[in-house]
Design a protein around this ligand. Structure first.
Ligand code: MRU
Length: 362
């Protein structure tokens, strides 16, 4: 997608398979910088420190990380250790395990001399498949937006939380893909962007993406959504997901559940858009079974941004003696989810409906 008038993907390998390049998302929106990652430990740090983030993107980055490890040492021990190190970086998004397991399954049967190049090829295939899935999600979701916008004599207002756009995937994104597609089809739309404390992925990344694609949007504080819904200012909510159970429980960035509750109370349709790589077919009860990442409390007690002279600063928000905790995600139970937009179409948030779309997981 476009940023500063140029088309980008979030991740791309060198042609000789020695390095993988990514956009440093900790520097956005004020600085556009790329980073070259040349071994799996650097990749693991980039995932942990959220240089790259978003469920589909960490799945693809993890796969490239494993490929880099194999290019240094193709042994079974190296494969095992790198898989472990990368998997431990972030616990909630299932795409990471999905990407790493897929690569390991294929590579472990190959002779040593073929492993590194086969791993790079497979990581590339995962990236291409992600783009195709996100684009298909965009097409299915755009239809839904068009239908909903049909009888409105004003822009359709869509609320989104966190960043589930192309920066969270390889291209297009999940929740934002339907918005980009509908916008390109000429649907008159406007996006409410939750700032998404504590790391502000909405204010910094979603706003930056929407600006790059000239999509009308307004950034709001996280707690404004319910108020807007009560006043008829939200027609549709679309969020992404980091892990969705086979029964349709949706785990996404902290605060998503509260948006779903407000949407339910106000009769606003609430959709999650996700590729099937985000569905954990082994899980049925999201609230009980999904591990919720807890990050450094400093992300809550401090905030960073750009000063008027352009310098980046971090400031303290809370009294030094106050304790803070930083829960990264929450689970929205399926009963609050109107539908799930996948690469194969829109499904009810129910096991039977999801299995109808993905019968191979019956
Ligand atoms: O902590 P992050 O920034 O990785 O969290 C990202 C989200 O919660 C996204 O909504 C989710 O990964 C869906 S991505 C298309």
């Amino acid at each position: 997608m476009r940023m500063n008038g140029q088309n980008y993907r979030t991740i791309w390998p060198d042609s000789d398979g020695r390095r993988v390049h990514v956009i440093d998302q900790t520097r956005l929106p004020h600085h556009f910088e790329t980073r070259a990652l040349d071994n799996h430990l650097v990749v693991a740090a980039a995932i942990k420190d959220m240089v790259v983030r978003g469920a589909p993107l960490i799945g693809v980055t993890g796969a490239y990380g494993l490929a880099l490890a194999l290019s240094h040492d193709p042994s079974d021990l190296s494969l095992h250790k790198a898989h472990q190190t990368l998997l431990e970086t972030r616990p909630t998004a299932v795409n990471l395990r999905w990407g790493l397991d897929r690569l390991r399954r294929i590579i472990s049967t190959l002779p040593m001399e073929q492993r590194a190049s086969a791993a790079f090829d497979e990581a590339g295939r995962i990236a291409e498949e992600d783009i195709a899935s996100c684009e298909a999600i965009g097409e299915h979701g755009a239809q839904l937006i068009k239908d909903r916008a049909k009888n409105l004599r004003r822009p359709i207002n869509i609320l989104t939380h966190c960043n589930a756009g192309w920066l969270a995937a390889v291209d297009w994104g999940t929740a934002l893909a339907p918005i980009y597609k509908a916008h390109r089809l000429g649907v008159d739309l406007h996006v409410w962007v939750d700032e998404t404390r504590p790391r502000n992925q909405g204010a910094s990344l979603t706003a930056c993406e929407l600006l790059g694609e000239n999509v009308p949007h307004t950034v709001i504080v996280d707690n404004a959504g319910g108020h807007l819904m009560q006043h008829g200012l939200v027609d549709l909510v679309i969020v992404g997901s980091d892990r969705t159970t086979r029964t349709g429980d949706v785990c996404n960035k902290i605060g998503t559940y509260l948006k779903a509750l407000a949407a339910y109370d106000n009769g606003v349709p609430f959709y999650a858009a996700l590729p099937s790589s985000t569905i954990d077919w082994q899980m049925r009860d999201g609230v009980r079974e999904i591990t919720i990442e807890e990050r450094d409390p400093r992300e809550v007690t401090h905030i960073s941004g750009r000063q008027s002279d352009g310098a980046r600063v971090e400031i303290e928000l809370t009294p030094a003696g106050s304790r803070a905790r930083n829960f990264g995600f929450d689970v929205t139970p399926a009963r609050l989810v109107t539908g799930i937009i996948t690469e194969r179409g829109v499904s009810a948030a129910q096991e039977e409906a999801l299995i109808n779309l993905f019968p191979e997981y019956a």
